[in-house]
Write a protein that binds this ligand. Sequence first.
Ligand code: DX5
Ligand code: ZN
Length: 228
Amino acid sequence: MSIKISPSILSADFAQLGREIRAIESAGCDWVHVDVMDNHFVPNLTIGPGVCKWIRPHIKTVMDVHLMMAPADGLLSAFAKAGADYISVHPEAHPHLDRTLQVIRELGPKAGVALNPSTPINVLEHVLDRLDLIIVMSVNPGFGGQSFLPSQIQKIRDLKTMIGKRDILIEVDGGINPKTAPLVAAAGADVLVAGSAVFGKGAQDESIYAANIKAIRDAANAAVKTRA
Ligand code: DX5
Ligand code: ZN
């Protein structure tokens, strides 16, 4: 299995999102990660379903929408209509997580849950059959450019065991670069989100993005071979 790279457009130049998305896709990314923040669940504010709708035609790969908002229930259908392929929510933001996950799938997208660094994996034990994706947050969500938390490596291993043969992908989000990618890939990650390590300061050219994506992917794929 080859590791997928999902660059976070949080670190892109927001004045030219269409161009930035076309550049990372030409540079070889697998998915496009969209960080939605509400200045309530997390201390930052980004974009909503309206912007998702406008960027959707620029995305030829997979639109991977990460909702850092509480609650998200009232906007799930707007994000689905905007064309999300995956919608992931945080369990703390939803008292009825089982129902939220059912609603996401009924609307069309695949369903994901994102776990903050302090959130234990057992919140997922009884909803595994409703999940397509689990995001392990390897930073406290809210900002790009933070340092990777090594405490999350064991969580990835434990999740891999919990998932067993189910068709659920593990995505790791936060502080991923060519040094940390091998650590999470060896532990069982399938998809790596990278914001600052792909975009740098944003508005760069496709060849820089291609080199950045390749460096992360190569380091991760080399480590996959060491998995037990
Ligand atoms: C953190 C976001 C991440 C973040 C990753 O709140 O969910 O997607 O943008 O950025 P880097 O790769 O710079 O840590
Ligand atoms: Zn994210």
